[in-house]
Design a protein around this ligand. Structure first.
Ligand SMILES: NC(=O)c1ccc[n+]([C@@H]2O[C@H](COP(=O)([O-])OP(=O)(O)OC[C@H]3O[C@@H](n4cnc5c(N)ncnc54)[C@H](OP(=O)(O)O)[C@@H]3O)[C@@H](O)[C@H]2O)c1
Length: 258
């Protein structure tokens, strides 16, 4: 479905972003920018696996908290690829695992706002402007990654950080869809509890909670999210824009079993 097209996936050095890049490569993308920030080895591994599927990966670094780095990355992407048919804004600061987990609430939300909100918005604006000018026959696509609970609210520090941050991403995506049509379709994929690095290392409480809050009684996988991103980005879905797709196995509103 993406035969001979070009793609950019931010945050493709691990987790959901890696799976999105691999899925695009498996589905025919010819040239793909594999973006990373600190994990160069992870990006190289993603690139190796993209090559095995027949794609030509280009590994590029960018710090979304740094305006100059964003500018450089955007221009490198278009210099390398020429036209971009599929752009995925997946990168997000990890404030839950590793050293970052010990930061204060104020430090965590500052980092999330700098990276997930401001960095993502600045990069997406530059990319969208270039994609609008492409004037290709089939609309290109830009997909953002949000969070299913951003619009509902969740208790505790995680809800108070990720709620406003991912709600801002969703609001921006919907406004960009209004600006970029009809040349670029813009959608948001909002994952629920997805088993990436935090999910792998979390405790029994969150393991049980993640499973019980989904009607499917399981964690979501990075592949589940990639599947939805491919649906949103699929050039055949040329009437799909300004939409939010929640990937959470269906929110469980039934009484929890004792
Ligand atoms: N997992 C979930 O349950 C879940 C649920 C809802 C939404 N999400 C969202 O889904 C996206 C991917 O999450 P994930 O679970 O796959 O996390 P992950 O494995 O930690 O991947 C995050 C990616 O973002 C990149 N990144 C971090 N800081 C950056 C910075 N300053 N500049 C540029 N890139 C940066 C990382 O690059 P390096 O590692 O190379 O530094 C990495 O490639 C995030 O936006 C996250 O908020 C996840």
């Amino acid at each position: 479905m993406f035969q001979d097209t070009h793609a950019v996936v931010t945050g493709a050095s691990s987790g959901i972003g890696r799976e999105i890049a691999l899925s695009l490569a498996r589905n025919g993308v010819k040239r793909i920018v594999v973006h990373y920030h600190g994990n160069r080895d992870g990006a190289s591994e993603t690139a190796k696996q993209c090559s095995a599927s027949g794609a030509q990966p280009i590994v590029l670094r960018c710090d979304l908290a740094d305006a100059e780095s964003i500018q450089q990355f955007a221009s490198n992407c278009f210099a390398e690829l020429g036209e971009v048919q599929t752009w995925v804004n997946n990168a997000g600061a990890d404030v839950l695992t590793g050293e970052a987990a010990t930061m204060t609430f104020a430090e965590k939300i500052k980092q999330l706002i700098e990276v997930d909100v401001l960095g993502t918005i600045h990069l997406a604006r530059m990319a969208a402007q270039a994609m609008i000018r492409q004037r290709v026959e089939i609309p290109s696509s830009m997909t953002f990654i949000g969070w299913d609970q951003a619009s509902q609210g969740m208790e505790g520090d995680a809800g108070q950080m990720f709620g406003p941050v991912k709600a801002a991403v969703a609001a921006f995506a919907k406004s960009l869809a209004q600006t970029a049509a009809p040349q670029v379709r813009v959608n948001l994929v909002a994952p629920g509890w997805i088993r990436t690095s935090w999910g792998e290392s979390t405790d029994a409480y969150w393991d049980r909670r993640a499973k019980e809050q989904s009607l499917m009684h399981r964690w979501g996988s990075a592949a589940d999210v990639a599947q939805a991103v491919l649906f949103a980005a699929d050039p055949n879905n040329s009437f799909l824009t300004g939409q939010e797709i929640q990937v959470n196995g269906g929110w469980n509103r039934r009484f929890a079993k004792p």
